[in-house]
Write a protein that binds this ligand. Structure first.
Ligand SMILES: [Zn+2]
Length: 399
């Protein structure tokens, strides 16, 4: 059925997709830049074929080889791995990982304890806003705190987003360096049995946290309305667990229980009670100095899959790969456009290749826009790489 997921159709449609729509040229240019100074052929690609057959340690030297390989194997899914000191091969156990984009994986399933509209694999326009917030916060941190420029944002194909940082400093970062970046961006700590997961201390807030809170403040009211974080008795109970001060907690509990369920109004009442309480008990409220901020962060700050970021050779789904379950294309998007993404307008293989579908034109246009956004990132990466190579050459001449 057209427009619907059908795995049997995939094998017929994928060769057409790879030939006509997959941006092979720009893809190879992006991977080449990200592999440099090693050749493109030292980069690992991995394919998932029909029936979950998994091929690792594939590599290509140029676009022609990519095209041939895609048509020969017809992968249902395409993953990208690290750059090795040699051509990747299953037989070469001694090969060393030399480079890898710094990557981030943010998935809505990690928001299941806060999102109320959907759970697990489900996603809707309401919970997509968590991804909008995450994208904006991480993008700003990478640019402003780390100075990275070449940042590619990609829809993961179902319910999340990926971020690839290709700057030379990022892709040659060692494992402890990656772990440091991941930890720096992680504010939500603790597993399922820890109620309060954010602790900002009582000193002044770090500028990156202030900046993140500015982003959160733009969306927090909408999130409160959409998710109704504190509406039902169950949700209210969980919310109250985030208030460590017993006296304040019982004041809030009494007041909120008497109110209508709407979370936006309950939130305003909570903030007012908190502020009054802090004014009246200024000697004892040091440990809840940032309680409002901590709760906002717990409900909406990005939840990163840190293992993906920390790992040097973690495979990650390629931009423009198809999600085999949804048929959706892992499109590249601009971070400042994340809020305008409509999930049902994300190009889908079945709609893209079906002229008679009412959404065909829309999906085609969005596919073109995604390729254009990809090009823009690759062109600027190529420029940065040219400058880096020139500087390297000058340095070696000087010595
Ligand atoms: Zn949802």
């Amino acid at each position: 059925m057209v427009g619907e997921h059908n795995e049997n159709l995939l094998s017929n449609m994928l060769p057409v997709y790879y030939t006509r729509l997959f941006p092979q040229n720009i893809f190879c240019r992006w991977l080449s830049c990200g592999s440099s100074p090693q050749p493109l052929s030292n980069r690992e690609l991995s394919f998932t074929l029909a029936d979950d057959v998994y091929l690792r340690y594939l590599s290509i030297s140029n676009q022609k080889e990519l095209h041939t390989l895609l048509l020969k194997k017809c992968p249902y899914k395409l993953d990208i791995g690290a750059v090795y000191n040699t051509k990747p091969s299953i037989a070469r156990h001694d090969s060393i990982v030399l480079a890898r984009e710094l990557v981030f994986d943010i998935d809505l399933t990690d928001y299941d304890e806060v999102r109320t509209c959907c759970q697990e694999a489900k996603v809707c326009e309401k919970c997509w806003k968590f991804m909008v917030v995450a994208c904006e916060i991480v993008d700003k941190a990478l640019k402003e705190d780390f100075g990275f420029q070449s940042i590619l944002w990609v829809f993961s194909g179902r319910r999340g987003i990926h971020c690839w940082v290709s700057d030379y400093e990022a892709r040659t970062l060692d494992s402890p360096g990656r772990a440091a970046v991941a930890d720096y961006l992680c504010l939500i700590m603790g597993g399922d049995n820890q109620n309060k997961k954010v602790n900002l201390g009582s000193e002044n807030l770090h500028s990156s946290i202030k900046r993140a809170l500015k982003v959160i403040d733009k969306y927090f009211k909408e999130l409160l309305q959409d998710q109704e974080f504190i509406s039902t008795p169950e949700r209210l109970k969980n919310f109250l667990k985030l208030i460590p001060d017993e006296q304040l907690r019982s004041q809030v509990e009494k007041a909120l229980q008497k109110m209508p369920e709407a979370s936006t109004e309950r939130w305003v009442t909570f903030v007012n009670l908190y502020e009054t309480y802090c004014r009246e008990n200024s000697n004892t409220t040091r440990k809840i100095k940032f309680l409002v901020e901590e709760i906002k962060i717990q409900y909406s700050y990005p939840r990163l899959d840190v293992n993906v970021t920390k790992g040097f050779n973690h495979l990650l789904k390629s931009p423009f790969s198809i999600h085999p379950k949804t048929g959706k294309v892992s499109v590249v998007f601009k971070p400042n456009n994340a809020k305008n993404i409509k999930l049902d307008e994300i190009p889908n293989l079945y709609t893209l290749l079906d002229d008679s579908s009412p959404d065909n034109i829309q999906h085609q246009n969005n596919m073109r826009a995604a390729v254009k956004s990809f090009q823009e990132v690759v062109f600027s990466l190529e420029k940065a790489e040219a400058i880096r190579r020139k500087n390297d050459a000058n340095v070696s001449l000087e010595f």
